[in-house]
Design a protein around this ligand. Structure first.
Ligand SMILES: [Zn+2]
Length: 311
């Protein structure tokens, strides 16, 4: 087994929308999801968030509309034959331009969103090219610095959702020493097929950050249980997940059979937690889980003072 490395991951900023991670070069329209200062394509300091670019585009298109209104006014004035006509055209034209400007000010947010849509849809090829370049930066980085490689993949994964990127992330995560204070994630990394690195990662998360073990992760383990149990540490992965699941009654209600099968292997502190849930809910049998918990209690913890409080 490869020796795991201690790492300190840089904080990961979650954004409400995936596009908020995307920046574009004002100069050459190259896109990136990374945090570099200069454009990887043209080398200039011209990267701005796509939303800023959309705002620039919106203001530019509104400016064009105002200029057209003024131009129209000018043409009308030039075609006028009397002083009254000139005055009416000039006054009317200017008034309309001011009204247009007021209207545009109110429309700016919605126009910016429209321009953003247009920018993202119209630049799909450029965005993909940018992300490919980001990916090649990632694979170059992975060779000599797995941590940077992982951080780059984590950014790319906000925009591109595919299993190849998830698996690469999992493999890299498996080369790190995981700690509770790390900004770790589990649900976005789940794939459909069985993967031993993913199973091992879930087992570790169940120990260091058990709040990340939710229904989807438990479902993954149950679907692939047969293969997981063929792994050397398979049983301990399943047991660790059961230990994480008993933090909430909800999961005992959802997966009583799973918890029953691994209850015997739970460490004392996790079994105590399960025992408390069982004692607090005297009318539930949970398909035999209650009997199994009583049997384990009688065998191992009868004389344990922490358990006596629940008598
Ligand atoms: Zn550029």
């Amino acid at each position: 087994m490869v020796k795991k490395k201690p790492v300190r991951l840089r904080p990961y900023y979650r954004t409400r929308y995936a596009y908020q991670k995307l920046r574009v070069c004002k100069h050459c329209h190259h896109f990136t999801v990374l945090w570099e200062d200069t454009c990887a394509n043209c080398g200039r300091h011209a990267l701005i968030p796509v939303m800023d670019q959309a705002a620039i585009n919106a203001k530019r298109s509104m400016q064009t509309e105002r200029l057209s209104a003024l131009l129209l006014t000018l043409v009308a004035v030039l075609l006028s034959q009397t002083f009254l006509q000139i005055a009416v055209c000039l006054g009317g034209g200017l008034l309309l331009t001011v009204l247009l400007w007021l209207l545009q000010r109110r429309m700016l947010p919605s126009e910016t969103r429209r321009q953003l849509d247009k920018l993202l849809h119209g630049s799909q090829r450029l965005i993909l090219e940018g992300i490919y370049l980001n990916l090649s930066t990632a694979s170059a980085a992975i060779k000599d610095d797995e941590q940077i490689g992982y951080e780059i993949l984590r950014e790319i994964a906000t925009i591109v959702h595919n299993d190849r990127i998830r698996l690469q992330q999992i493999v890299l995560l498996q080369s790190f020493v995981l700690r509770k204070d790390m900004d770790l994630e589990l649900e976005p990394l789940l794939i459909e097929d069985f993967d031993s690195d993913l199973a091992a990662y879930i087992g570790e998360i169940a120990k260091v950050k058990r709040e990340l073990i939710k229904a989807s992760a438990i479902r993954y383990l149950l679907i692939h249980e047969r293969y997981i149990l063929q792994m050397k540490q398979g049983a301990s992965i399943m047991t660790a997940a059961a230990g994480a699941a008993v933090r909430m009654k909800k999961y005992v209600d959802m997966y009583p059979d799973f918890i029953r099968r691994y209850a015997r292997g739970l460490p004392r502190e996790r079994f105590l937690r399960l025992y408390q849930i069982v004692r607090r809910n005297p009318d539930q049998s949970w398909d035999g889980l209650r009997d199994e918990v009583s049997a384990i209690y009688n065998e191992k913890y009868r004389w344990d003072p922490d358990f006596q409080k629940w008598e």
